[in-house]
Design a protein around this ligand. Sequence first.
Ligand code: AMP
Length: 284
Amino acid sequence: MQIIRGKDELADALADLRSSGGTVALVPTMGALHAGHMALISEARRLARHVVASIFVNPTQFGPNEDLDRYPRRVASDSAMLEQEGCAILWAPDAATMYPDGVEATVRAGKLGEDLDGAARPGHFDGVATVVARLLDQVRPDVALFGEKDYQQLAVIRQLVRDLALPVEIVGVPTQRDADGLALSSRNIYLSGEERIAARALPRALGEAARAVSEGEPVAEALAKARETLARAGFAPIDYVELRDSETLGPAGFPARPARLLAAAYLGKTRLIDNLPVPLRKRS
Ligand code: AMP
């Protein structure tokens, strides 16, 4: 695996890959890799001949009081994991390479980016859309993979690719979880031992609410119970617990249309997010 930090070097390495034939997949990450990221890499290997992973802790998607400075950085162990999974290129630019003229021309995520996580983290999805547009332009992959763990991000990127008619297929990969249900996340290392145990309440609350809604419980009641479960486990503040349309993330039209439950809440200083599909009611 080649570890590449400069744009010219990247262009040369991609030309070499392309000349050997076959398709290229891109898996963008911020590093501190775990089994969730590796599921994206192995799906990428299945879908394309060559896999390019990127590691870039993107400053434009962090708010002024967020964790940019303390975000975990572990390029040595990350690159060992990527190499073992058969990645061809690790694209690891620094901020000056990604944004050589600063961040002047940006991509706006639009309305979808101002809702849910975007309401709690103003500008976050504009930063995501801006960096993903640059990564897609730099790598020109046939397919790019993103996790359902960041469900709104996946929706924002699908819209970006549709609106700009970018020639890439976007693939979503199901959320990988620890044995107790907590979604794997680079931020889980911020949790104390006690918080890590309490964190189980997040997938549990969503699972219970998803089941209740699919069995016909009024949505408002199911969501209120989920908020109670989270509050009892020590989550505060709770940014949102919402049922939305799976595709548009607008108001849910369940059960006529598939729906997604999404939540974000703090345990101590750590903000956790999660989401689950709501199973369509079985016909009796
Ligand atoms: P990040 O490094 O957190 O920016 O994540 C890079 C990519 O990995 C994003 O597309 C995430 O949605 C995806 N990802 C992160 N955690 C998980 C997980 N537990 N399961 C599946 N995908 C994940």
